[in-house]
Design a protein around this ligand. Structure first.
Ligand SMILES: [Zn+2]
Length: 380
């Protein structure tokens, strides 16, 4: 359970996977040459289960949970495949991405050093009062005055807004990845803004901006997405579990920190479109995952808190989970319902210690798979 201290780079992840002693399939290559890998667990019965983690690189607990499951195994007769790290280049973080782009080590202890390195290594093409954008050999790096500006707001929507308003900016960033300093509010576990768990946007060829998980329904999906799509098309998983983390928005986060209040929103997200068997499969699996989370000692969301932090006013709610109704089939959990009877996202709160988030993920996954195995009885 101490992975969060030991696994701090893409190299650590692939080193662990390759040394785990289980069957490993290399699905493709990510930016930076890192492998996208799937590890096989469980038995031989179909339908298969797929577990994906690390799709949003800043959400590191899912990666640690996936590796914990790889190490400990999962007790089921169904075939299980785990993709522990969906975006290894992003997981590696800002500093290593800049080193990759620059072809040499960089010094990034603070914003001043960061600016000096970016001025040396790249071309500044965009300025605002408290941040600037630099192109370093085709990868975009955001510099921010982090005392005055939370660069995470760019990742959470503002960069897309800016690009839609400014064709010159859209042209500069089109087709590229953008790294932001990741000022994690929470955790207190020594994760700095340039460390592993990077905050990364991907930009479409037309200049619209989304996160790495937002390209599953796109023909120009990056290799990290295309390789997982091809794997799922072969595997045809019956159950898909996607390990994320709930990053409470900045406004709420600041007030929560100030008050020390708990707002209790570990929760699940279910897709808006679902397979015909969702009522007999998806709902009971989700209920089992919530119960597994509770039995592991963690509370699940309340509707009012979820509305306050996420603004899901147009969404259908169930006790403990939410069925999102937005934005097409862009992300994995929505796309994978082409095959799966059930597709469920796990969202522990990011302000909890990493070990707790890992525990929530592993408890929910084990409970969900146990229920699914019981429901499918080795066939469908
Ligand atoms: Zn996420």
């Amino acid at each position: 359970m101490a992975f969060y201290r030991e696994i701090r780079s893409a190299g650590d992840v692939s080193g662990f996977v390759e040394g785990c002693g289980r069957e490993v399939e290399r699905l493709g290559s990510a930016l930076g040459g890192w492998p996208i890998e799937a590890v096989r667990l469980g038995g031989h019965k179909k339908p298969a289960v797929i577990i994906k983690a690390g799709s949003h690189a800043s959400e590191i607990a899912g990666v640690h949970a996936a590796l914990t499951l790889v190490e400990e195994g999962i007790d089921t007769d169904n075939e299980v495949w785990i993709i522990p790290c969906g975006d290894p280049f992003g997981f590696d973080g800002y500093r290593r991405a800049l080193e990759h782009a620059a072809g040499r080590p960089v010094q990034l202890e603070n914003d001043t050093e960061c600016l000096a390195e970016l001025e040396r290594l790249g071309r500044r093409f965009y300025n605002e009062e408290h941040f600037a954008l630099f192109d370093v050999n085709g990868i975009v790096f955001c510099w921010a005055d982090q005392e005055r500006f939370d660069a995470r707001s760019l990742f959470y929507g503002r960069m897309d807004t800016l690009a839609r308003q400014d064709p010159r900016l859209a042209g500069e960033i089109a087709g590229k990845r953008i790294f932001y300093p990741n000022a994690v509010y929470y955790g207190g576990e020594g994760q700095g803004p340039f460390d592993h768990g990077g905050l990364v946007s991907l930009v479409s060829p037309l200049g619209w901006v989304n996160n790495m998980n937002g390209f599953f329904d796109r023909c120009f999906a990056p290799p990290e997405i295309a390789s997982v799509r091809a794997f799922c098309e072969r595997l045809r998983p019956g159950l898909a579990l996607d390990l994320h983390e709930s990053c409470i928005n900045t406004r709420i986060a600041a007030s929560v920190i100030a008050s020390g209040e708990s707002i209790g929103d570990n929760f699940l997200i279910l897709p808006p479109v679902h397979a015909p068997r969702f009522e007999e499969v998806e709902t009971p699996v989700a209920e089992a995952m919530l119960e597994g989370t509770r039995q592991a000692g963690h509370e699940c969301f309340s509707r009012s808190h979820l509305e306050a932090s996420w603004g899901y006013d147009e969404t259908e709610y169930f006790p403990g989970y939410v069925r999102r109704d937005s934005r097409g089939a862009s992300s994995f959990f929505k796309w994978v319902v082409l095959f799966a009877d059930a597709s469920i996202v796990v969202e522990p709160r990011m302000d909890r210690p990493c070990a707790d988030r890992v525990k929530i993920h592993t408890a929910a996954v084990r409970a969900g798979i146990a229920r699914y195995t019981g429901l499918t009885g080795g066939g469908r």
